[in-house]
Design a protein around this ligand. Structure first.
Ligand code: F6P
Ligand code: MN
Length: 309
């Protein structure tokens, strides 16, 4: 085995070779470290619920709460993070440990789709990173984003302005580069429609009908991370979670879910829109802010927006 070559393909080495600023690189790397513990907890833990006890009589944390704690601690440990918001926290958390100027703010969803763990489907961690002390900014200001997908394999995908890259967790616990500079074609062949069809608005119903007529294949797992990952790695397609008659802002959250995924998909040459405006241009002012979303390859997103003008 060529050890030198092997070492070069690790996550930290890739971050350094790509010239990613040290603080930003540490955040991405430490989320990677945290994800190994999340992964382990998910694969080996009791199938207990929050509020129940484990074998030792201790209160057992639900996986999403545990994932939140693990990631929060690792982010604090970097000494480069000043503020976080998490889908599991109700307000902005301030870190005291920041010992340098030029820190970062991080928004994350520790375990998106956590209810799918019980039925053994794939779930993920999603992260958005901003420079400075304000975690509630429009997604356009992100300096990096990443996700970890806990599937049959555990993969980590990151971007910091220069391409989108995938790493796969090996049996030694290392994230090893598996795909570099992932790109989306202008159009794909699959679509992932969230929401209940009975509750669709007329514009959205027409979009879905058009995709069906054009022969797009249905691919919807109910997990945002695996559904987006499939579109990214298959090189195209459209994921939608629309505004409905019962939820006029849709379901998915802007700071933790939509902004980081929109950043990565745009970086890979795709697009993301709420139907009228790019997701990355939306003002973000609330932790619980939601938005409808059309995200994937450029032509399908463009097609969707035509129905709203
Ligand atoms: O966190 C939201 C989430 O679980 C996403 O992972 C997923 O895309 C969506 O909800 C699925 O929603 P629904 O169950 O309504 O299809
Ligand atoms: Mn979520």
């Amino acid at each position: 085995m060529n050890i030198k070559k092997h070492v070069k393909r690790g996550l930290w080495n890739h971050l350094m070779k790509s010239g990613v600023e040290m603080g930003l690189a540490s955040i991405i790397y430490e989320v990677g470290v945290a994800s190994k513990y999340v992964n382990h907890a998910m694969r080996t833990g009791d199938l207990g619920m929050a509020g129940t006890s484990n074998l030792y009589g201790e209160d057992q944390l639900a996986l999403d709460v545990m994932a939140d704690e693990i990631i929060k601690d690792r982010l604090d440990h970097t000494g480069r993070v000043s503020r976080i918001i998490s889908e599991e926290q109700s307000e902005i958390v301030i870190f005291e440990r920041l010992n340098r100027t030029g820190g970062y703010s991080v928004c994350y969803d520790p375990l998106d789709g956590s209810s799918l763990v019980d039925v053994n489907l794939s779930v993920g961690t999603i992260v958005a990173i901003y420079a400075g002390d304000d975690p509630l900014q429009s997604g356009r200001h992100q300096v990096g984003a990443m996700y970890v997908l806990y599937g049959p394999r555990t993969t980590l995908v990151y971007g910091t302005g220069n391409g989108v890259h995938e790493f796969t967790l090996n049996s030694l616990g290392e994230y090893v580069l598996t795909r570099e500079y992932i790109t989306l074609k202008a159009r794909g062949k699959i679509f992932s429609p969230g929401g209940v069809r009975r509750d669709y608005l007329p514009e959205h119903e027409k979009i879905v009908q058009k995709l069906e007529q054009d022969g797009y294949k249905l691919r919807y797992s109910g997990g945002f991370v695996p559904d987006i990952n499939q579109i990214l790695l298959k090189g195209g397609g459209l994921f939608m979670y629309p505004a409905t008659t019962t939820a006029k802002h849709g379901k998915l959250r802007l700071p933790f879910e939509l902004n980081p995924m929109a950043y990565l998909i745009e970086l890979a040459g795709g697009a993301a829109s709420d139907g009228r405006r790019p997701i990355l241009d939306l003002d973000c002012y609330d932790l619980d802010q939601r938005s409808p979303v059309y995200i994937g390859s450029r032509e399908e997103v463009e097609l969707a927006t035509q129905y709203f003008t």
